[in-house]
Design a protein around this ligand. Structure first.
Ligand code: SF4
Length: 711
């Protein structure tokens, strides 16, 4: 009899529930009654969707094919060391760990502790994310740690913290959306990124309608064809102005909830003044969204029958992403939606542990429990849990783009550890990142495959992956869930917890370094106690009882599925409304022959594609990058469907195939960011960042497009 294991998908933040059943090696047949196609590979386990509030048994094609990840051709099963000829050769763990520790010691002695850096990931379990922050601060002694969530959730997190005093993506359970009458979704293509989520939009789709803001007619925007749906397609980078325009109409038409504003917020007067400048006709002129649509949407949002406003990366991945998310929050507060039953504001976290990944100390300025590293009380509390003097915890480091800028520079980082991230595909201006990585004295990449970043490493450390390890993740609704081991890892693959313990001991680090996820979780819970993201009442054993564990979850509590019902997390309990103004006032694509590049996602791929490009069914469906162009734009440029084209600017050139579609604006070109090499969209993006969140600009880059044979 083969035992099944309840776990969750290895990909996105919806964290769909799955049942994992190891293939019964002794019987030679799969343990469930599914006839495999002739010649199909025999995978180590089978995956079935499991009933759970977020996915109700559903999975997308990434989830259904996730067992393929456990059997990829280039799985790293032993430590690899780069040879003088550039190839990799296997080596023993003892050899590589000793060499890493020696090189780190030497670098710290010669160049200081901040010559060593750590780049983490939003897909790491809570336990690994926590341990990585601790490892950086007290084993390596460096302030230089940040992670790829800086490319993903940082603007929404900054806006949430500023407005509410706390950042939890959805401050309500996903199922609450089922009862919505109207949902305004800005910059999120859930129909492609997390298809089971669409089930929660049915109420709005059948009632007053789904309202989608996206410059593209995305798969999600197409849902607005039904019923009373509305698709607003503003010029890229003008979402903030659309939000100011909606806020202006709500206020001037007397639709604001003045009682709520007086009782629960501060700053409304300043917000009203800032919105004054954005009357509908002016908004139409800048964004291209018709006045009639703006008025219709404003009235519908205010109809009082259950309205939710949701934002995603489309509006957040900008140099003014924090202010744009703030404008969405301001609109929600003006309408009195936040903290009331049956309405609300939330942001849709993308990465699998995008929520937990930002709570436990991977960020350059934060300690576990979502505490600021500059706060003396926070430092003292965490130091007590770590068993160290607070003075040895370094101060704040630098956020991801600045950290990558320091690679190989004089006085910068000389040794880098990369965990759970593929930066030479996912970071902006990847050619510059690649050059930085090549200039390092030591690049150590922990991964289970030879990702594009791992291929540049001096040492690759083979690690366990989702179905081979125990741990926890925190979903987009702040629910802490259990990841369970269903099979053993192959070869010499080890958990990052084991790697960090081995290196910490070699480096003479203080404190204890458990390799047991349940023990690390208990330590994480103690470190989080009293912090914003408080896990102190939770344990693996309690989670194994199947409770719904939304944080904050202090001891004796039953968790917090819904937040802000009575008060916000600022000391006075009030939400802060912050007046914001656009810095971007015109569509980029109106200059000469240039177009505005927007990057985004496809149904078949996830993040940098390091995983999904190794799954035959997913790669077969989307084998290469395609660039979406409007038919009129394509005709003007002499481009036809399927043509080889070049998308270029001063930073680089991407080779793609043309996908001609009316679903995109005349002034815009869309590239998915899941592809590597000369197909990598981030060859073109720039390192300009939001001054508050340090989020790079991924959605508004000037490019030219030409047919490949025309150059
Ligand atoms: Fe996995 Fe996300 Fe797809 Fe669910 S929606 S199966 S969590 S990738």
């Amino acid at each position: 009899m083969t035992e099944s294991h309840d776990s969750h998908c290895p990909y996105c933040a919806l964290q769909c529930a799955m049942t994992l059943t190891p293939t019964d090696a002794s019987s030679g047949t799969p343990p469930i009654d599914i006839a495999a196609p002739a010649g199909a590979r025999r995978l180590p386990l089978t995956v079935a969707g499991r009933d759970f509030p977020t996915n109700r048994g559903g999975l997308c094609k990434k989830g259904w094919t996730s067992a393929e990840l456990l059997d990829v051709d280039d799985r790293v099963t032993s430590p690899l060391v780069r040879q003088p000829d550039g190839s990799f050769a296997p080596a023993s763990w003892e050899t590589v760990l000793d060499r890493i520790a020696d090189t780190v010691r030497d670098s710290r002695d010669r160049f200081g502790a901040d010559s060593v850096g750590v780049f983490g990931g939003g897909g790491l379990t809570n336990e690994k994310a926590y341990q990585l922050g601790k490892f950086a601060r007290i084993a390596l002694g460096t302030s230089r740690i940040d992670y790829n969530g800086r490319f993903c959730m940082s603007s929404a997190a900054a806006a949430g913290n500023r407005a509410f005093g706390l950042d939890r993506g959805l401050p309500f359970p996903v199922e609450d959306l089922d009862g919505a009458s109207t949902i305004l979704m800005l910059g999120s293509n859930v129909a492609a990124t997390m298809p089971p989520f669409i089930g929660h939009l049915q109420g709005a789709r059948g009632d007053r309608g789904l309202i989608v803001v996206d410059p593209r007619r995305s798969e999600t925007a197409k849902l607005t064809d039904e019923g009373q749906g509305v698709h607003l397609a503003p010029a890229p980078g003008t979402d903030l102005i659309v939000l100011l325009g909606l806020t202006h109409i709500v206020i001037t038409e007397g639709l604001a909830d003045l009682d709520y504003l007086a009782a629960r917020t501060t700053g409304f007067d300043a917000v009203r003044r800032s919105a004054n400048a954005w009357w509908p006709e002016r908004v139409q002129q800048v964004t291209g969204v018709p006045v009639a649509q703006l008025r219709e949407v404003s009235r519908r949002l205010a109809d009082g029958r259950g309205t939710y406003i949701l934002t995603g990366r489309g509006v957040e991945q900008h140099v003014d992403g924090t202010d744009t998310a703030t404008a969405a929050i301001n609109l929600a507060l003006v309408l009195g939606l936040v903290g009331k039953p049956g309405s609300g504001y939330g942001t849709l976290t993308g990465q699998g542990n995008g929520q937990g990944g930002r709570e436990h100390g991977q960020k350059s300025d934060q300690l576990p429990g979502y505490r600021m590293i500059t706060d003396p009380a926070a430092r003292a509390h965490v130091a007590g849990v770590w068993g160290v003097d607070p003075s040895i915890i370094p101060g704040p480091g630098v956020p991801a783009v600045a950290l990558l800028d320091e690679l190989g520079r004089p006085g910068g980082i000389r040794c880098l550890f990369v965990h759970g991230s593929n930066v030479v595909v996912s970071a902006p201006d990847v050619d510059a990142v690649r050059a930085g990585l090549r200039a390092l004295d030591l690049l150590v990449v922990s991964d289970f495959v030879l990702s594009e970043t791992a291929r540049l490493a001096d040492i690759v450390l083979p690690v366990t992956q989702w179905a081979e390890e125990e741990g926890t993740m925190t979903s987009l609704e702040g629910r802490v869930i259990r990841r369970r081991r269903a099979i053993e890892a192959p070869g010499e693959a080890r958990s990052e917890l084991w790697i960090m313990r081995e290196l910490a001991e070699r480096l003479g680090a203080p404190g204890t370094w458990s390799t047991e996820p349940a023990e690390v979780f208990d330590e994480l819970a103690r470190a989080s106690a009293g912090g914003k993201a408080d896990y102190s009442g939770l344990s693996h054993a309690l989670l194994d009882t199947g409770i719904a564990a939304h944080w904050p979850f202090p001891p004796g509590s039953e968790g917090t599925p819904r937040m802000f019902g009575e008060r916000f997390a600022h000391p006075d309990g009030l939400a802060r409304m912050v007046a914001v103004s656009p810095r971007v006032r015109e569509p980029l694509g109106q200059h000469g022959g240039e177009l505005t590049l927007v990057t985004g996602r496809l149904l078949e791929h996830y993040q940098s594609g390091a995983q999904t490009r190794r799954v035959p069914e997913l790669l077969g469906a989307r084998p290469h990058v395609t660039a979406q162009l409007h038919p009129s734009t394509a005709a003007r440029l002499g481009i036809a469907e399927g043509d080889a084209i070049e998308v270029a600017n001063v930073r680089g050139l991407v080779r793609a195939r043309a996908e001609v579609t009316t679903g995109i604006r005349l002034d815009t070109v869309f590239l998915p960011f899941h592809f590597a090499g000369e197909q990598c969209a981030n060859l073109l993006t720039e390192r300009a960042v939001d001054p508050i969140s340090s989020m790079p600009e991924f959605k508004r880059t000037l490019v030219t497009v030409t047919r490949a044979d025309a150059t």
